[in-house]
Design a binder for this molecule. Structure first.
Ligand SMILES: NC(=O)c1ccc[n+]([C@@H]2O[C@H](COP(=O)([O-])OP(=O)(O)OC[C@H]3O[C@@H](n4cnc5c(N)ncnc54)[C@H](OP(=O)(O)O)[C@@H]3O)[C@@H](O)[C@H]2O)c1
Length: 231
């Protein structure tokens, strides 16, 4: 049975992925910062006791990559979805940005995803599908930037895209597919109530992208509808 690993799974898109994969009878390993407080995930666990494993992981904690690797032990991971992410402080415009909140966002959105990928690569190698997806954002596209500002979040996702590109090249000979995914502007805590699409629309689109993509697509930056986004 396919094993899917999803980070940041207690709300928003992460929770949406968990529910959708469980509906497909896939085995889900997911992470949350606080198991006891993750009521919606615990409700999923009651419904699917054999198919869902909830692991505790905070990407801001030192050595979080080793924590995850220890929790996974030698389990194969067929599909790894690096979903956890943060927007950061509201002070993101010119003249407002400061270092501390920027470093925090870089740790969660950029550095931890690569360190985690390094530390669990043997689990992915043991998997059948060998696919890794990083939740990026269109606002990380340099070509698409016509609005300026949002220095912290934008730069974290632009740099993540560069990490994805290098990983796609470095892992190609292992047959591991690495893709950057834009979920759309989605009505979650991060996207806000005025966002254009629902969690369901975004997840349905991304699930179809995940099903259809393989090593021939490695190194692409894809929208939830499957279209390529310029870097
Ligand atoms: N929503 C959009 O419109 C949109 C657009 C483009 C890209 N994205 C990307 O899509 C991904 C999911 O976004 P979302 O809308 O679902 O966001 P969300 O509703 O804000 O949820 C973010 C998730 O990330 C987790 N997280 C944050 N900091 C963490 C940390 N230090 N360690 C571990 N987990 C952490 C959160 O856990 P807690 O609940 O514990 O805080 C939560 O589960 C993100 O990477 C985001 O950048 C979203």
């Amino acid at each position: 049975m396919t094993n899917v690993l999803i980070t940041g799974a207690n709300r928003g898109l992460g929770l949406g992925f968990v529910k959708k994969f469980l509906d497909k009878n896939v085995n889900v390993l997911c992470t949350t910062r606080n198991i006891a407080g993750s009521k919606k995930l615990l409700a999923c666990k009651e419904k699917h006791p054999d198919n869902l494993e909830i692991l505790e992981l905070d990407l801001l904690e030192e050595n979080s990559e080793n924590t995850l690797s220890n929790l996974l032990s030698d389990k194969p991971v067929d599909i790894f979805i690096n979903n956890a992410g943060m927007m950061g402080s509201s002070a993101q415009n010119f003249n407002a940005v400061s270092a501390e909140p920027w470093l925090e966002v870089l740790k969660v959105n950029l550095i931890a995803p690569l360190l985690i990928t390094q530390s669990i690569i043997d689990n992915v190698k043991k998997g059948f599908d060998r696919k890794i997806y990083f939740l990026s954002s269109r606002v990380g596209s340099i070509e698409d930037n016509s609005g300026g500002g949002r220095y912290i979040y934008r730069s974290s996702k632009t740099a993540l895209n560069q990490v994805v590109k290098s990983l796609s090249i470095d892992l190609k000979e292992l047959g591991i597919t690495v893709i950057s995914l834009h979920p759309g502007w989605v009505r979650t805590d991060m996207g806000g109530p005025n966002a254009l699409i629902s969690v369901d629309e975004s997840i349905n689109g991304m699930m179809s992208v995940i099903e259809k993509t393989d090593i021939k697509n490695t190194g692409q930056f894809l929208n939830y509808d499957g279209n390529e986004i310029p870097w």
